[in-house]
Design a protein around this ligand. Structure first.
Ligand code: NAP
Length: 312
């Protein structure tokens, strides 16, 4: 029987991805939404989370699609009400609050899932399998997009805790931490902050790799024209490229996997909800926050450069 779920924060990603994935899933029954402005046709709508928790004790699972800063209070309230919790990326505004949520969930005996949708992109699993036994020479992340096109009106992204360019950049880091067989850590970073924003518009990162490979990432929100979400890898046995956010995989220049229609994100959210269903059935927890640790390290170690103001 389908499990009842409430979706919280009916904004861009909820409408674009969560609602279609839930509607197509036999695991889930979307029975409630919580949002101050958004609703989903045919689904009971609440504008207050606590009212929903009180009115719908039959809702076993809540899926939180809010921006990162308000997310902790909602997750804590849900866990304390005995509900399973699915978290959009990043799983919180700080590393410590993610640890706190995991501890709360363990104590309450409920499932919690820190989702990383980009890890579910079409080419990622095959890239991981191919890289498993190769010696890495270099890995270069290029994640350049037009913030005006992909994040219109999202003032939160420019406020402390909103991550700025790390909001998409953390997706790249979620893939890198998934496909590399060994852990890496940040060695140096430069973060470019517009003079009128609290979060960076661009970042350059250099990582330490245990076998001495060159691992770097460039994130930029100022990319007009062609958009780039690529990871290029050189190994002792040839090259690998993930393009379009992981949707397409090339090994030694040959396409290995192609997403139907060439659209990024399709397939990612259905896979996330299938994994959440399995976690709930097993009362299990999945809270890998390694992508977030790299972002936190960048804010700790990164040299800060002030650049021209950003106006939408
Ligand atoms: P969004 O559209 O700006 O926000 C989602 C919704 O959250 C808003 O519509 C708003 O709904 C609610 N909200 C905003 N601030 C709030 C606050 N302070 N307290 C309570 N509710 C608040 O953002 P989004 O693009 O959907 O992103 C949400 C999360 O999904 C982010 O963590 C983002 O990284 C992740 N994500 C986004 C994308 C994407 O392509 N946009 C892709 C993957 C993941 P109400 O005003 O109706 O309450």
């Amino acid at each position: 029987m389908a499990m009842k779920l409430a979706l919280v924060g009916i904004g861009k990603i909820a409408v674009d991805q969560h609602v279609p994935a839930l509607k197509a899933s036999s695991d889930w029954d979307l029975v409630a939404t919580v949002s101050r402005h958004g609703t989903v046709e045919g689904v009971e709508a609440f504008d207050d989370f606590h009212k929903m928790l009180a009115a719908r004790p039959d809702v076993e699972t809540v899926s939180l699609c809010l921006p990162p800063v308000p997310r902790f209070d909602y997750a804590k309230a849900a866990i304390e009400a005995g509900r399973h919790v699915m978290l959009e990326k990043p799983p919180g505004a700080t590393v410590s609050e993610c640890h706190a949520l995991e501890a709360l969930a363990r104590k309450a005996g409920v499932s919690i899932y820190a989702t990383w949708h980009s890890r579910e992109a079409e080419g990622v699993a095959a890239a991981k399998a191919w890289l498993k036994d190769k010696a890495l020479k270099s890995l270069t992340v290029t994640w350049k997009e037009d913030v005006r096109r992909w994040h219109p009106g999202q003032a939160w992204i420019w406020q402390a805790g909103g991550l700025g360019v790390f909001d998409p950049g953390i997706n790249a880091l979620s893939i890198v931490t998934e496909i590399l067989p060994v852990p890496i850590h940040l060695k140096a970073a430069t973060l470019s902050f517009p003079s009128n924003c609290e979060t960076p518009i661009a970042a350059d990162l250099t990582f330490f790799h245990p076998q001495g490979a060159d691992v770097t990432a460039v994130f930029d929100f100022r990319q007009e024209g062609e958009q780039t979400w690529s990871i290029d890898v050189e190994t002792d046995e040839g090259t690998l490229s993930l393009t379009d956010g992981g949707a397409n995989l090339f090994i030694n220049g040959e396409r290995q996997a192609a997403l139907e229609g060439g659209l990024t994100l399709s397939g990612e959210y259905p896979r996330l909800y299938a994994k959440m269903a399995a976690l709930v059935k097993a009362r299990a927890i999945h809270m890998d926050i390694s992508p977030m640790a790299h972002v936190a390290d960048a804010f700790l170690l990164g040299k800060r450069v002030t650049v021209e103001p950003f106006y939408e």
